[in-house]
Design a binder for this molecule. Sequence first.
Ligand code: VTB
Length: 345
Amino acid sequence: MATQVAEKNAAPRKSDATLEFELALEFVRVVEEAAVASAHTMGLGDRHKADKVATEAMRKCMDTVPMRGTIVIGEGERDEAPMLYIGEQVGAGWHDGSTFPQVDIAVDPLEGTNLCATGSPGAITVLAASEKGGLLNAPDCYMDKMVVGPSCKGAVDIDAPVSDNLKSIAQRLDREVKDLVVVVLDRPRHQKLIDDIRKAGARIQLITDGDLSAGIAAAVVGTGVHAVMGTGGAPEGVITAAAMRCLNGEMIARLIIDTPELEERIEKMGIKDKKKIYSAKDLAPGNHLVFAATGVTDGALMKGVRFFGEGTRTSSIVMTRHSRKVRFVDSIHLAKRPDVKVRFA
Ligand code: VTB
């Protein structure tokens, strides 16, 4: 009995606390490096190259982080991705006797490859990390998602008519439905959703890519985005969920399992209920979570990478769940020049 009480009151294991306290800024370095690499390809029209250089830079930097990391969401399965594949061990700690913390990592080295390739706003490099088991190992399939901010927690239902959800969101935000902005990926599969939102009277921001950044914007007051609705990637959904847990936002989601192959895949992954409705906490259940992202091109919360003679400037966000920090990090990466100067703005 005494042991049980002691265990209950015990401080978090050293390794879990280390994750947020000591690794948060390390992860900023990782997303910064990937952002700088991909920003060099901005507007070149080559999304594969943009993704490749971001992935390589992220992978390389990851090994300088004092951790024993495992990729749980990445660029694909071991046989289809050369690096940052699911199950890959990353970090500087995979040697005998290491006491570096064990962490699970979900990465999207370049969210919005097309946005970067066309020089459009909203491309980011992003990752989420947790203690072991803190991020759902989601299959690479589509996911139906609804993302809202803290005021709208509990106000939306993925199966409710769109107009009902919009009414509830408007009520919680103390405004009319016509004053809401809903972000939707511009895809033919969303035609009915778009029609329903329009019929309900809300405004829509159609985006070509990047529902992850849009989700973060929806959870931050003052961005002008009130909800994200529609179908996008499930892996990115898990990373969005990690951000929601740090921002006190909400996400409701359901995997779209529409082929026998996917059914087999999720069964193998141990997911029994294929119609399960996930909350942000189901998708990113970690107690200790770090979310880090850097802007590649300008976005609602972060500026894109800027190159100038004396260096490079990046704008990032890094958030931790348990220690409740949201940090906006403006970094200058100085060029190796004898006359280098730092400017304030
Ligand atoms: C993309 C991307 C999103 O989902 O649309 C992708 O822009 C999947 O949708 O940000 P498509 O197959 O229709 O392109 C995301 O990656 C994330 O959900």
